[in-house]
Design a protein around this ligand. Structure first.
Ligand SMILES: [Zn+2]
Length: 274
């Protein structure tokens, strides 16, 4: 199998080229942010959100920066894999992870009120913690080690639906309204359409990552090597997701009062300052 060809990236390579420009722009903005000595400190602008752990570290800020870093690394790895002969499956798995990391950052950055931002982070954090406690409890049982007999002490995993996080983030974007710039390459020009496309990508990529069979049946299309593609336009997908990534970068700079560090980008990055 060869590397993905230009044709497999979509009928109009412009989307892919624009996506690369947006991603590179986002990486550069975050790199500059990381040079700020406050980047790794829990004291960094606690007005945005502050949820401390027992050691006094600000988990809210840690979560924001971790999500942005995860998204960045996944996009970089996905782009790198396009040149390798492994087909679309690992690329789409990485795009799914990048999308999730991007929306997790946005999920806790979007609300204008600090209490709402911290409440959203609380949902994410407690779901993570309860999943960990549940897994530890199940492992003890599996190994036949001592566990509390009292059923009420058995940890119950709290599930936070990833689809719901994505929908909430996209709904917030819809609430900001359409951009009036009239640029063809501005996804915010038709934010409802953008919402629909991103949700579709999420479902398709989740199907790839869970090795579901329905997307193959649905598309009835496979590459000569046998790799099924879930999307006919990978370039367009990259572009939509890269725009969402720039939205997270812009929002991060806005919340932490760093807009003066943003360089210009053409076509423009997200314009959701409120
Ligand atoms: Zn616009």
């Amino acid at each position: 199998m060869d590397a993905l060809t230009a044709g497999e990236l979509g009928p109009d390579l412009t989307w892919f080229v624009l996506a690369m420009r947006r991603l590179e722009w986002g990486y550069a903005q975050l790199r500059e942010g990381e040079c700020d000595p406050r980047w790794e400190t829990s004291e960094f602008d606690t007005d945005v959100g502050e949820v401390l752990n027992d050691a006094g570290a600000n988990l809210y800020y840690f979560s924001v920066t971790r999500s942005l870093k995860s998204a960045t690394r996944c996009y970089q790895a996905a782009v790198l894999l396009l040149k390798e002969p492994y087909g679309a499956i690992p690329v789409e798995n990485l795009l799914r992870a990048a999308l999730l990391a991007t929306v997790k950052a946005l999920f806790i950055l979007q609300p204008n009120k600090r209490k709402s931002r911290e409440a959203r982070f609380g949902h994410l954090y407690h779901a993570d913690r309860s999943a960990l406690e549940y897994a530890a409890f199940r492992e003890l049982k599996l190994l036949g080690l001592e566990v509390p007999n009292d059923d009420s002490k058995q940890p119950q995993p709290q599930v936070i639906q990833e689809s719901k996080i994505i929908r909430d983030v996209l709904d917030d974007l819809v609430a900001y309204g359409n951009c009036l710039c009239d640029g063809r390459a501005c996804p915010q020009r038709d934010i409802q359409g953008f919402r629909h496309r991103v949700l579709l990508l999420w479902w398709q990529y989740s199907s790839v990552s869970h090795v579901n069979i329905w997307h193959v049946e649905k598309l009835s299309r496979a590459s000569p090597s046998g790799d099924g593609y879930t999307t006919g336009d990978l370039g367009r997908a990259f572009h939509d997701l890269s725009w969402l990534y720039t939205e997270a970068v812009v929002r991060f700079h806005q919340r932490y009062h760093l807009p003066d560090k943003l360089s210009p980008l053409e076509p423009h990055a997200a314009r959701t300052f409120r």
